[in-house]
Design a binder for this molecule. Structure first.
Ligand code: NAD
Ligand code: MG
Length: 381
């Protein structure tokens, strides 16, 4: 990697610093087995004001809410920590549910110096971050991600938002947190499918910019699937470093940041076209990544051996690399959804494709369309 992110190691946690302009730098703590005192003082150092609103969902609340409410209340006297539990699910990442967060904050008379805390996966993180971006024109917030997807991707980089009935993530803002606090022990309760879905994004960092991470994953996938603490800590840290470097270089997605969407244009088409609830995001991205690799080789941009390695690694993570025979996806459905992609500029579809040795990619609209069609036809056959 280019090594622009700064990291430091401690016994049970690492810190990845996200370096942004205008004093918006913030740390990502990545650790295991925190003592209560340790966790409490780390979190409290990023709490502003004396009112805290923790938002989570009804799946996570019984497991972790009381613990974090205590940790956030412990350090300072007179601190008022209130909580809000929302329904669990992507379908609740909406303006209607967001309104409940704003209602709660107003009912509790939270002022501009309060802190919102997002405790959960990417749905909670995106929605609470957006609420923090717009409540009284912006308040502080802390991310406590509890899924792999949220730890390695959604909690880092400041993209926040909710879905609109006409499109996913269509309403939102850039709003950076005060800190991201990761306790990988929370992954012990995460369902296997959710764990694997998050691993798809880790594999993505390897493919687009971190050959060493890809090679490490080839050797250590079993440990990661077993939730081995040090393997998990390493993979999450390395992913956060990669994302932090990309975000530092291109916070508002002028170009480079788009490369984080490897496999996502095909993947979004699969997610939308297969019907709600068929695929988890990372699963659709896995198939999309297989498609991007296949197409890259079809264009002659990568060695066919890299396609094989990509398939093998995805399969090692128990991720899908093809569509099932009964999939409703066909060529027309792919093309329709891909045409609606946010990365279409002036009517031209742009894709992230692999090019060169492992760890290199391009974001381009300059490719032979027949290679794309051929790839789609191979996958829908
Ligand atoms: P999610 O938030 O829906 O979490 C997945 C499931 O796991 C949910 O049922 C959740 O309640 C449950 N869960 C969470 N933590 C748990 C734990 N520790 N133990 C047991 N169950 C737990 O989904 P996700 O995959 O975390 O995130 C997906 C969302 O993130 C999407 O809305 C996507 O748009 C967004 N996202 C945003 C960005 C960004 O840059 N902002 C990047 C990637 C994804
Ligand atoms: Mg993604």
């Amino acid at each position: 990697t280019s090594g622009t992110s700064t990291s430091s190691n401690n016994d049970n946690y690492d810190i990845v610093h996200v370096d942004l302009s205008d004093g918006r730098d913030y740390p990502i703590y990545i650790g295991t087995s925190y003592s209560d005192e340790q966790a409490s003082s780390m979190l409290s150092s990023h709490v502003h004001g004396n009112k805290v609103l923790i938002v989570t969902n009804d799946k996570i609340a019984p497991m972790y809410l009381e613990k974090y409410q205590k940790l956030l209340s412990a350090d300072q006297e007179g601190k008022d920590v209130v909580t809000l539990v929302l329904p669990d699910g992507e379908e609740y990442k909406s303006m209607e549910i967001l309104q409940l967060i704003l209602d709660k904050a107003l009912e509790e008379t939270l002022d501009r110096k309060c802190t919102f805390v997002a405790l959960g996966g990417g749905v909670i993180g995106d929605m609470v971050g957006f609420a923090a971006a717009i409540y009284q024109r912006g308040v502080n917030f802390i991310q406590i991600p509890t899924t792999v997807m949220a730890m390695v991707d959604s909690s880092v980089g400041g993209k926040t938002g909710v879905n609109h009935p006409l499109g996913k993530n269509m309403i939102g803002a850039f709003h950076q947190p005060q800190c991201v606090f990761i306790d990988t022990d929370t992954l012990s309760t995460l369902p296997d499918r959710e764990l694997q879905s998050g691993i798809a994004e880790i594999i993505k960092y390897g493919l687009i910019r971190d050959a060493a991470l890809f090679e490490w994953l080839e050797d250590n996938m079993d440990l990661l699937l077993k939730r081995d603490p040090s393997a998990t800590r390493y993979a999450v840290k390395r992913s956060c470093e990669n994302k932090a470097e990309v975000v530092k270089a291109d916070e508002k997605e002028a170009g480079l940041r788009a490369t984080l969407n490897l496999g996502h244009t095909f993947g979004h088409a699969i997610e939308s076209g297969s019907g709600y609830g068929t695929w988890l995001h990372g699963e659709a991205v896995a198939i999309g990544t297989a498609m991007a690799a296949t197409m890259s080789a079809e264009l002659g941009w990568i060695d066919p051996d890299l396609v094989q390695r990509t398939y093998r690694l995805l399969e090692k993570a128990n991720l899908p690399v093809e569509l099932p025979v009964d999939s409703p996806m066909d060529r027309a459905t792919f093309l329709r959804y891909m045409a609606a992609d946010k990365k279409v500029a002036n009517g031209q579809l742009r894709l992230i494709l692999l090019k060169g040795p492992l760890g290199n990619c391009v974001f381009t609209g300059d490719f032979d369309q027949t290679a794309m069609i051929k790839t789609i036809d191979e996958f829908v056959a």
